[in-house]
Design a protein around this ligand. Structure first.
Ligand SMILES: [Zn+2]
Length: 314
């Protein structure tokens, strides 16, 4: 980790990798599915922040005939991707900490139903530590990893959390030692989802639970919005459906315990700020603070939330 506060530089080697195999089921029957709608060769960290506004922007996408997984092909090489996420700074994400913490409560409720004895929870892509902070208050021991240096520092300063800064793909984690692993809006940002879940399986204790939340490309919202769907954005390298998620769990040897649709809570301020035409109203400080205090639960149903067990249900 760097010690200076200078903005980290993005890798000068902007190389990309083209694959001929499905990153979920390893099937060889993949085909070019959709053309890119933005120039990813000049990708910048601000385009992949959590609260970016780059809706409708897609990579060159391939699709697997076997499991239906849709993915960026080519995708950024590991060093390039790592340097992009290392440099991400997203103060707007932290502005929404309260609404976001409401998103995480139902996840912890569910995890505690499956695993009442709690234990160590590991959050992959922990961002500024909002989930881990609530988990800690509820009696979990917490651990996690985050690529963005800014987010790791924020978690330390705001919540006193020591989140590891680095790449989940390359860190070494003790096998069979965690009772829960959470990946909330993580798996769609990486090029190798199977390897990521396989690693979670190794680090989980037998009987441990993986919670995974990711957008559903076959959801009603995705179909209605078509090419303008808000999950088509530069940070997203993969698009799951129920079918490809099932293929992922099956190949990883996990047993599905529960699947539901995810409802997000945001402030009215955040929702308005997503639309360029409405954003100007927020320049009025009184209106802006009123909007920040109004929380809205959006049951868009376009993300899948799944809980899977390491082992077989008794
Ligand atoms: Zn596949």
């Amino acid at each position: 980790m760097r010690s200076s506060d200078k903005k980290p530089a993005v890798h000068s080697d902007r190389s990309f990798i083209l694959v001929d195999q499905c990153p979920v089921c390893s099937g060889r029957s993949i085909f070019a599915y959709q053309k890119a709608t933005f120039d990813y060769h000049h990708l910048q960290p601000e385009q992949i922040s959590i609260t970016d506004k780059e809706y409708g922007k897609r990579w060159d996408l391939s699709r697997c005939r076997d499991c239906g997984y849709i993915f960026a092909n080519p995708h950024p090489a590991p060093g390039f991707l790592r340097s992009l996420y290392f440099a991400v700074e997203d103060p707007r994400y932290e502005d929404e900490a309260e609404g976001r913490s409401q998103n995480f409560v139902p996840i912890l409720n569910q995890l505690e139903k499956f695993h009442p004895e709690k234990g160590i929870l590991f959050d992959v892509g922990a961002a500024t530590g909002i989930l881990l902070n609530i988990a800690e208050k509820r009696g979990w021991q917490t651990d996690g990893i985050e690529s963005s240096l800014w987010a790791v520092k924020k978690a330390q300063k705001k919540y006193g959390l020591n989140i590891r800064q680095g790449d989940y793909k390359t860190i070494s984690l003790k096998p069979n030692s965690f009772s829960a692993v959470t990946m909330v809006d993580f798996i769609e940002h990486i090029p190798s989802p199977f390897e990521a879940v396989q690693k979670a399986v190794q680090m989980l204790q037998p009987g441990g639970i993986l919670c995974l939340v990711t957008p559903d490309v076959k959801s009603l919202a995705a179909r209605v919005m078509g090419k303008k769907w808000w999950h088509y954005r530069p940070g997203h390298l993969g698009y799951f459906s129920q079918k490809s998620l099932s293929a992922l769990l099956e190949r990883s040897g996990l047993s599905l315990l529960k699947k539901r649709r995810y409802a997000w809570t945001f402030s009215l301020h955040y929702i308005l700020s997503r639309f360029r035409v409405l954003e100007s109203f927020l320049k009025n400080p009184r209106f802006s603070s009123l909007c920040k205090s109004i929380k809205i639960k959006l049951a868009l149903g376009d993300s899948l939330e799944i809980y899977a067990l390491k082992g077989r249900p008794s």
